[in-house]
Design a protein around this ligand. Structure first.
Ligand code: AMP
Length: 443
C-alpha cells in the first residue's frame, strides 16, 4: 500500500517524501488510519519498525487545523530518544506551520522555559521528570493537550518513571486521544495502560520475541578474561560499517573504550555518566563515520538511531531477553540487514539459554579460526599502566583479576570447541552500509 492511500494531508505527505520514504512500514500501514480516526492505540511495535512516523504523521494531520497551542505531548524515557523523536517530528512537519519542541533533564532548564513561555510549541517531546519540573515552575500548561503519546513505555516503567507518568496523567485533560508504543508489555505497564487509555485498539504487529528478519545472530563462546582479545579479533577480521558494542555497566563501557583505543580502534562511549553534549557528539561522530565503534549501556541504547550500524556486539550478555531484542534492534533498522554477535563466557550461559527460549530458537555458536582459546591471560600488556594515572586504573586491574578467573580458560575452550557453524564469515562479507559509509567518507 502506498503512502498516498493512508489519508494524510498534502503538506504532511511532502514531509514524508522529503524524508525519502516511499512505502509505509507495516506499523505505519495499520496505525496511521486508526490514529487519523481518533482511536486510542496500543502498539506492540518492535524497535526500528518505523513507529515514530506511525504516530507523528497522523498527529500532524490532526494539528494542521486549529489554533497554535500545546496540543500534543510525547513522553519518552531518555534524552537521546527525545531528541531523536523531535528531530523526526520537525522533519515531517517542515512543510507545515506546526512547531515542535523538546525538553529533557541533564541540561539547563531556563532555555527550555524560554522556549515554552516565548513562542511556544504545538508538539512537545519530553522526558517525564523534566516535564514535571517545568510544570512545577509553571512554565508549561496542559489544558490544551488533545493527544498524549507514551513512547517506549516499557522502558519508562523499567526506569522507574511509572509514578511520574501517573502524576502527569492526572494533570492532563481526560478528553484526549492516547497512544502507547512499547516493544514489550510487562505487567506493570499494563496497569499504567489501564489508567491511561480508554478502549484502546491493540496493534500487535511484531511480537518482541521476533527480532527483525534481516538480523543474523551468532554466539561466540569465550573465557571472560579473553573477551577483549576476541572482540579485537572480530573487529579486525570482519568487514563492518558502524558497530555498537554493549556492556552491562558504565564502568565496563569506559574500560572497554580505553582498551580498544589502545589497540588502535576508533571508539567512543555512550552512557548515562556522559554529559548531554558528549552524548550528542558521540552519536554525531558515529553517524558521520568519524568513529566506527560506539560502546553503550542498555539505557543509553534506547535512543540510538544510527542507520549505518551493521553490527551489534554484546560484549556482555544482557540480563533479560527483552534487552537482547532491543540491543540487536539497533542494527537492521527499517528492514536493512545487520549482524548481532554475543560474546558468551561460561557464567553467562544461562542468560543465553533464556534468550534462546524467549526467541524460540537456538543461536548458532561460532568459533574464530586460529584464535588461541586456551590462553591463560589476555594480550593486555600493550597497555601502559604507568601513563594512565588515577584510581580508575586501579579499580580496573582489580576488576580484571576478580572477573578474570584463570581457572575458567579450559571450560571456555571446551565450550568454544562445540559444533561450529557459521552464517558469519569473518572478513568476507562486504555490507551495503559499509559501502555507503565509504562513499560518504569520500565526499
Ligand atoms: P523508528 O522505529 O521510528 O525508530 O524508525 C526506524 C528508522 O526507520 C528511522 O531511521 C526512520 O527514519 C526509518 N523509517 C521510518 N519509516 C520509514 C519508511 N516508511 N520507509 C523507510 N524508512 C523509514
Amino acid at each position: 500500500m502506498p503512502f498516498s492511500k493512508l489519508g494524510l494531508p498534502a503538506s504532511v505527505m511532502r514531509g514524508v517524501r522529503a524524508a525519502g520514504y516511499t512505502t509505509p512500514t507495516p506499523i505505519q500501514q495499520q496505525a496511521i488510519p486508526l490514529i487519523l480516526e481518533g482511536h486510542n492505540v496500543i502498539g506492540a511495535a518492535q524497535t526500528g519498525s518505523g513507529k515514530t512516523a506511525a504516530f507523528v504523521l497522523p498527529i500532524l494531520a490532526r494539528l494542521i487545523d486549529g489554533r497554535p497551542a500545546l496540543r500534543v505531548l510525547v513522553l519518552v524515557p531518555t534524552r537521546e530518544l527525545a531528541a531523536q523523536v523531535e528531530t523526526a517530528a520537525r522533519d515531517y512537519a517542515r512543510f507545515t506551520r506546526l512547531r515542535c519542541g523538546v525538553v529533557y533533564g541533564g541540561v539547563r532548564i531556563e532555555p527550555q522555559e524560554r522556549m515554552l513561555r516565548g513562542d511556544g510549541v504545538d508538539l512537545l517531546v519530553a522526558t517525564p521528570g523534566r516535564l514535571l519540573d517545568l510544570h512545577g515552575r509553571q512554565s508549561v500548561a496542559f489544558e490544551d493537550i488533545e493527544v498524549l503519546v507514551l513512547d517506549e513505555a516499557d522502558r519508562m516503567v523499567d526506569m522507574g518513571f511509572a509514578p511520574d507518568l501517573r502524576r502527569i496523567l492526572k494533570l492532563l485533560p481526560t478528553d484526549r486521544q492516547t497512544m502507547m508504543f512499547s516493544a514489550t508489555m510487562p505487567p506493570d505497564l499494563n496497569k499504567v495502560a489501564a489508567e491511561a487509555l480508554v478502549n484502546p485498539v491493540r496493534l500487535d504487529l511484531a511480537p518482541p520475541s521476533k527480532p527483525a528478519a534481516g538480523i543474523t545472530q551468532a554466539v561466540y563462546p569465550i573465557a571472560r578474561h579473553l573477551k577483549t582479545d576476541l572482540l579485537d579479533e572480530i573487529l579486525r577480521r570482519t568487514s563492518m560499517g558502524s558497530v555498537i558494542v554493549f556492556t552491562r555497566t558504565k564502568h565496563g563501557a569506559d574500560r572497554l573504550t580505553r582498551q580498544l583505543e589502545k589497540r588502535g580502534h576508533g571508539v567512543v562511549a555512550l552512557h548515562g555518566n556522559r554529559t548531554q553534549s558528549q552524548r550528542e557528539r558521540a552519536l554525531r561522530d558515529v553517524r558521520r563515520g568519524r568513529v566506527q565503534i560506539l560502546i553503550a549501556t542498555d539505557i543509553a541504547s534506547r535512543g540510538i538511531d544510527v542507520r549505518e550500524i551493521t553490527h551489534v556486539i554484546n560484549f556482555d550478555v544482557p540480563h533479560t531477553p527483552e534487552d537482547y531484542v532491543h540491543r540487536i534492534g539497533r542494527t537492521a533498522r527499517a528492514e536493512a540487514t545487520g549482524d548481532a554477535f554475543t560474546l558468551m563466557s561460561p557464567d553467562e550461559r544461562k542468560d543465553v539459554d533464556a534468550i534462546e527460549r524467549f526467541l524460540g530458537k537456538s543461536i548458532v555458536r561460532v568459533q574464530i579460526p586460529d584464535f588461541d582459546y586456551g590462553k591463560k591471560t589476555s594480550s593486555e600488556p600493550r597497555e601502559s599502566h604507568g601513563r594512565e594515572s588515577h584510581g580508575r586504573e586501579g579499580r580496573e586491574s582489580r576488576g580484571r583479576t576478580s572477573s578474570g578467573g584463570s581457572g575458567r580458560g579450559s571450560s571456555a575452550s571446551r565450550a568454544a570447541a562445540a559444533p561450529v557453524e557459521g552464517p558469519v564469515e569473518h572478513g568476507r562479507r562486504p555490507k551495503r552500509a559499509e559501502a555507503d559509509r565509504r562513499s560518504r567518507r569520500r565526499m
